[in-house]
Design a protein around this ligand. Structure first.
Ligand SMILES: Cc1ncc(COP(=O)(O)O)c(C=O)c1O
Length: 303
């Protein structure tokens, strides 16, 4: 994750010189909001996948917690391109974080300064290349996904990832690759860092946002891609047993991209032809080789 420069409150700072105070509010109370974005190598240079949508979600997440980002969306977008260029990376993962800094201690965050940082690093397949090819072993977590009246899943806030961490550690300690969480009603919500899709009789099914899943940008893109190749997506509640017996199951996310689920709770599922079709259009698009690339990838002005 080492890189050359990190953008912090409007300035590019050397990686080694980047410091925050130990009384940073976000360290104690999880008061940060962030994004995970990818830039892909293309003939035109690094193309950032749905940059504007990620910046818009970052602002919505911040507003949820009454954090005012002291930079416009356009400024953040340009800063992201600038940070990628400063680190000379043809492709990378991008992590903007807006957080409450050191000010007053205590639960009330409102008197703490708000900082903005952007880091980038080289990152291959989140769950490994093998995972993209052949799929991963998942388990249903014993931890429930945070509910809408506990912590809104629609914002991407640092603190809520304790819920994801519990589920992920449980899965790893039990010998699985990833966890899928149920919501308070016992229905499928999402993975520890991914949205969930099932393929049944040629259609895609994915839980609605009201099931406590993150409104994933990859989720939305995959639904549009599926439509482009004539596959319908139905947003409806799903039970765990429906996933066991689905024709195919896959996970989507900026980090996980499109990852097939080989098995869930030891029920074999396996990668199938529709997941392959979705992966084909997804990877063609992100590498600038599809009609959709024109609108899905964003470049710095003049590139
Ligand atoms: C819990 C959760 N669900 C879904 C996703 C997928 O969202 P996106 O496609 O916007 O990366 C993520 C990743 O950010 C996540 O953390």
């Amino acid at each position: 994750m080492q890189s050359e420069k990190i953008w912090f409150d409007g300035e590019l700072i050397d990686y080694e010189d980047m410091k925050v105070h130990v009384l940073t509010h976000a360290l104690h109370y999880g008061s940060g909001v962030f994004e995970g974005i990818r830039a892909y190598e293309t003939d035109r240079g690094p193309g950032v996948f749905h940059l504007s949508d990620h910046v818009a979600r970052l602002r919505r997440s911040a507003e949820q917690y009454f954090m005012q980002i002291p930079f416009s969306d356009e400024h953040i977008g340009e800063a992201i391109h600038e940070t990628i260029a400063a680190n000379k990376l043809p492709s990378c993962y991008i992590r903007p974080l807006v957080f409450r800094g050191a000010g007053e201690m205590g639960v009330n965050p409102l008197n703490c300064p708000v900082h903005t940082m952007i880091a980038v690093w080289k990152w291959g397949a989140y769950l490994g290349d093998e995972a993209i090819q052949n799929g991963i072993r998942c388990m249903i977590s014993s931890w429930r996904r945070i509910g809408p009246n506990m912590i809104p899943a629609t914002a991407k806030a640092s603190g809520q990832y304790l819920n994801s961490q519990l589920a992920k550690m449980e899965a790893l300690k039990h010998g699985y690759d990833e966890a899928i969480l149920l919501n308070e009603a016992g229905l499928i919500a999402d993975g520890s860092g991914e949205n969930v899709f099932a393929v049944m009789k040629g259609k895609l099914y994915t839980p609605p946002i009201s099931a406590s899943c993150l409104p994933g940008i990859t989720r939305h893109a995959v639904m549009e891609m599926a439509e482009t190749i004539g596959i319908e997506t139905v947003e409806r509640e799903l039970t765990r047993a429906e996933l066991y017996f689905a024709d195919e199951v896959f996970l989507t996310g900026t980090a996980a991209e499109v990852t097939p689920v080989a098995s869930l709770d030891d029920h074999h599922i396996g990668k199938g032809p529709i997941t392959q079709q979705i992966q084909d259009i997804f990877f063609a698009t992100v590498h600038g080789k599809h009609e959709l690339s024109k609108t899905y990838l964003e470049y710095p002005k003049g590139a």
